[in-house]
Design a protein around this ligand. Structure first.
Ligand code: MN
Length: 307
C-alpha cells in the first residue's frame, strides 16, 4: 500500500553521520566510516560544516549516498572523531527526568544550561577541575539535535523539528557549595557528545531506545528511555515556552540515577544507545584523586524518593 511505501522510504533514507579530522563528513555503516566529505563544499569553513549539513541535509542526501558508494569504509576506532554539534548555541539539559525504573509516577520538568565550552569530542579527555567536589560522575543521556527554527510549537508537533539523536554524557560534580547546576554541571569538557548523529527518520519512537554506559568495562547505567517522566516531545515543548530553538541546538533529556558511579584519572567511559556508534571518552585529573569504585547507592535512593 502507499502507506507502507512511505515508511519503507523513510527508513531507507536514515543516516548515521559523523565528523572526523578537520570536520570531514563521514557516513557510518556498522563500525565503519565512509569519507563523504566531498558532499560538502570545501569552501565551507571546517567548524561550520555540521550546521551546513543540518541546514541542507535534504539536498545533500543524494551526494552523501553517492560518495559513500565510492569510498571504502575505515574502522571508526582509529579515527580522530569530532563532536557532531561542536558549538551548540544552546545546550539545554533536563534535570531529574526519570521514573527510576517505574518507582515514581511523575516529575516536574526542570532544565539547566551548559556552556558550549563543555562540549567534548569523542575520544577526548574529561578534565576534572581542581574544585572541592565530593565526587565526579557520569550521566548517560539521549541528546536531541534540533533541525530548524522552532517557536511556540506544541508537544504534538515537536518531533518535526528534530534533525536527529546523539549519545550525550552529562558529566557532573557532586557536593559543591552552593549546590546548584552552575557549579555542578558546566565545567569545560563536561559534555561529551557523539560520535554520530542518527537522523530522526531512523528513530520512529525515541521513547523505545535503550542506553548503556560502562566504566573501564564495568557495567553501570542500563535503562530504557520509556522510563522518562516527560518524553522528548514534552521536553521540547517545555523549552519552547521559554525560548525559541534553532538549528544545531541540543537538548539532553536527563539520566536514570540508578547506577551512577565515580569517574577518575585514567578511566575509560563508553556509552551506547542501541547499536549506534559508541561514545568513548577518558578522564584526566591533575590532582589524581581517587574514589571508592562502587555505584552511588545514596544517589539512587534519593532519586527513587523523588525530590
Ligand atoms: Mn543530567
Amino acid at each position: 500500500t502507499g502507506r507502507c511505501a512511505i515508511v519503507w522510504h523513510a527508513l531507507e533514507g536514515a543516516m548515521r553521520l559523523a565528523f572526523f579530522d578537520d570536520f570531514r563528513l563521514g557516513l557510518v555503516q556498522g563500525d565503519r566510516l565512509h569519507d563523504v566529505s566531498g558532499a560538502i563544499d570545501d569552501a565551507v569553513p571546517a567548524p561550520q560544516r555540521p550546521a551546513v549539513l543540518i541546514e541542507r541535509f535534504g539536498e545533500l542526501r543524494g551526494a552523501i549516498e553517492r560518495a559513500a558508494g565510492r569510498a571504502e569504509g575505515r574502522p571508526m576506532a582509529g579515527l580522530a572523531l569530532r563532536a557532531p554539534v561542536p558549538r551548540p548555541n544552546k545546550l539545554l539539559c533536563a534535570a531529574v527526568n526519570y521514573l527510576e525504573h517505574g518507582v515514581l509516577t511523575e516529575l516536574p520538568i526542570e532544565f539547566f544550561i551548559k556552556s558550549a565550552e563543555a562540549v567534548l569530542d569523542p575520544g577526548g579527555e574529561i578534565d576534572l577541575p581542581p574544585v572541592e567536589a565530593r565526587v565526579f560522575q557520569h550521566e548517560a543521556e539521549l541528546g536531541v539535535v534540533i533541525g530548524r527554527t522552532a517557536r511556540r510549537v506544541g508537544a504534538a508537533e515537536a518531533l518535526d523539528y528534530v534533525f536527529g539523536y546523539v549519545p550525550f554524557i552529562d558529566v557532573s560534580a557532586r557536593g559543591l557549595e552552593p549546590r546548584n547546576y552552575f557549579t555542578q554541571k558546566s565545567f569545560d569538557t563536561f559534555a561529551p557528545i557523539g560520535p554520530a548523529i542518527v537522523t530522526a527518520d531512523e528513530v520512529a519512537d525515541p521513547q523505545r531506545l535503550r542506553i548503556e554506559l560502562d566504566v573501564n568495562g564495568e557495567p553501570r547505567q542500563r535503562f530504557g528511555i520509556d522510563d522518562m517522566a516527560n518524553g522528548v516531545r514534552e521536553l521540547i515543548a517545555f523549552v519552547l515556552l521559554v525560548m525559541m530553538l534553532r538549528l544545531g541546538d541540543v537538548i539532553a533529556t536527563g539520566p536514570n540515577h540508578q547506577a551512577l558511579s565515580p569517574i577518575q584519572h585514567g578511566d575509560q567511559v563508553r556509552m551506547r544507545i542501541e547499536d549506534w556508534p559508541e561514545l568513548r571518552v577518558s578522564v584526566h585529573d591533575d590532582q589524581r584523586r581517587t574514589w571508592v569504585r562502587e555505584i552511588d547507592a545514596a544517589m539512587a535512593a534519593e532519586a527513587r524518593r523523588g525530590r
